[in-house]
Ligand binder design. Structure first.
Ligand SMILES: NC(=O)N[C@@H](CC(=O)O)C(=O)O
Ligand SMILES: [Zn+2]
Length: 429
């Protein structure tokens, strides 16, 4: 089996490569990358006009298995990932039951092998039941394949337990991922605290809740020397704390979501539950700080926080609807439209945050095109114009704050281990 991806612009941020060229694939692996490859006997895939990138990596996805299959499952979630251009995703453990044991981790990996169309990495819970009281079986979960530990969805209130988790995870060189919002300050809050929440009379979640939480976690990472990753950073101070900590050599990394990088709390006016998410959509000054953090290397990854919910849950009143919405199928379009086509970021910059950036944090092989590596490849048409129509989504939880928006840029083909699994938005498996 030989395949030649011919004539694209190969952007391979891990190796600082940005060339017009071809990629030869044999038996599911990359055999050669070059400006002109003689693909005698190979099937040809014409990539003229497209960007050829390492398969996109999303380190923050809620696949909802086990137990919450009305929102999403591994079958639907991995197809949504493929449709959005992703070849590797990491799934969060806030399921029912919580993924806090080796058997649960093995279950996800096994189910993903049987049902999934992209590669799935499992993140284990940091505490048992994500209750923040005692540590989960971290060593066992790592042995079963867990790539990171997180109580995502909740902040770990006890500094002592969080410190113990950092130390324990660090023994296995695994990163702890923090959902950093100090709970006592966000309880019962539904949106960002500011002029818009005051106008709407809505109980809110202030940015200072995130600032405090990030500060504590960063200090514990510094004190222990362990690895920390801050999920969905959304406040300007949090970006600054992480920037300063990195300068001091603290082993902290961070991700930002497409929605926090592009939307503000003004989207909440009208009470569309598709705008409800934790941390909340913030004001424009926070959005600008995030973009700056992305550009200066403070933020290492763009992650969707794909958090689908069932239609009947999101159709409730704003204050009762659960937080979170679909993100996998809009990520590339939203990011290219808002950051690339506006001149705020370059394509290599963006693709670094969507490939090798998150891959490095999770460890293992992904995010780079090089001979010998699995042929996980995403083709992107940066100029393809399309309108977000959630009825065509593969995810079960279709709510999106980008509904009806005209976007420019789309993943047009995805290969996993050399196999074409998505073409023109259609998943082929
Ligand atoms: N982001 C959200 O608003 N919700 C996520 C949890 C999370 O990622 O914190 C979910 O699981 O629904
Ligand atoms: Zn979270």
């Amino acid at each position: 089996m030989k395949l030649l991806i011919k004539g694209g612009r190969i952007i391979n941020p891990a190796l600082n490569m940005d060339i017009a060229g071809d990629i030869l694939i044999t038996d599911g692996c990359i055999a050669e990358i070059g400006q002109k490859i003689d693909g005698a006997g190979a099937e040809i895939f014409d990539a003229t006009g497209y960007i050829v990138a390492p398969g996109l990596v999303d380190m923050h996805v809620h696949l909802r298995e086990p137990g919450l299959e009305a929102k999403e499952d591994i079958y639907s979630g991995t197809r949504a990932a493929a449709a959005g251009g992703f070849t590797t995703i990491a799934c969060m453990p806030n399921t029912k039951p919580v993924v806090d044991s080796s058997i649960a981790v093995s279950g996800i990996i096994q189910r993903a092998q049987n049902e999934g169309v992209v590669r799935v990495r499992a993140i284990g819970a940091l505490s048992k039941g994500q209750e923040g009281k005692e540590l989960a079986e971290i060593g066992d979960m790592v042995a079963a394949g867990a790539v990171a530990l997180s109580d995502d969805g909740h902040y770990v209130s006890s500094a002592r337990l969080f410190q113990a988790g950092l130390l324990y995870a660090n023994m296995f060189d695994k990163v702890v991922i923090s959902h950093a919002e100090e709970e006592s300050l966000v309880e019962d809050g539904h949106m960002h605290e500011g002029a818009i929440s005051a106008m709407l009379g809505m109980r809110s979640r202030p940015a200072v809740a995130e600032d405090i939480a990030v500060m504590r976690d960063v200090m514990l990472a510094e004190y222990t020397g362990a690895r920390l990753h801050i999920a969905h950073v959304s406040s300007a101070n949090a970006v600054e704390f992480i920037r300063q900590a990195k300068k001091r050599g603290v082993k902290v990394t961070a991700e930002a979501t497409p929605h926090h990088l592009t939307l503000t709390d003004e989207a909440v006016i009208g009470f569309d539950t598709a705008t409800k998410v934790n941390p909340p959509l913030r004001s424009a000054d926070h959005v600008q700080a995030l973009i700056q953090g992305l550009n200066d290397g403070t933020i290492d990854a763009i992650a969707t926080d794909h958090a689908p919910h069932a239609a009947e849950e999101k159709d409730m009143e704003y204050i009762y609807a659960p937080s979170g919405f679909a993100g996998l199928e809009t990520s590339v379009g939203v990011i290219l439209t808002s950051l690339y086509h506006t001149g705020q970021c370059t394509l290599p910059q963006i693709l670094e945050k969507m490939t090798i950036g998150p891959a490095r944090i999770l460890g293992g092989e992904a995010g780079v095109l090089q001979p010998g590596a699995a042929a996980d490849i995403t083709l992107i048409d940066p100029d393809r114009e399309w309108v977000v129509d959630e009825t065509t989504f593969y995810t079960k939880g279709k709510k999106t704050p980008f509904s009806g928006q005209k976007l420019k840029g789309k993943a047009v083909a995805v290969f996993v281990a050399g196999e074409l699994i998505m073409k023109n938005g259609e998943v082929l498996k």
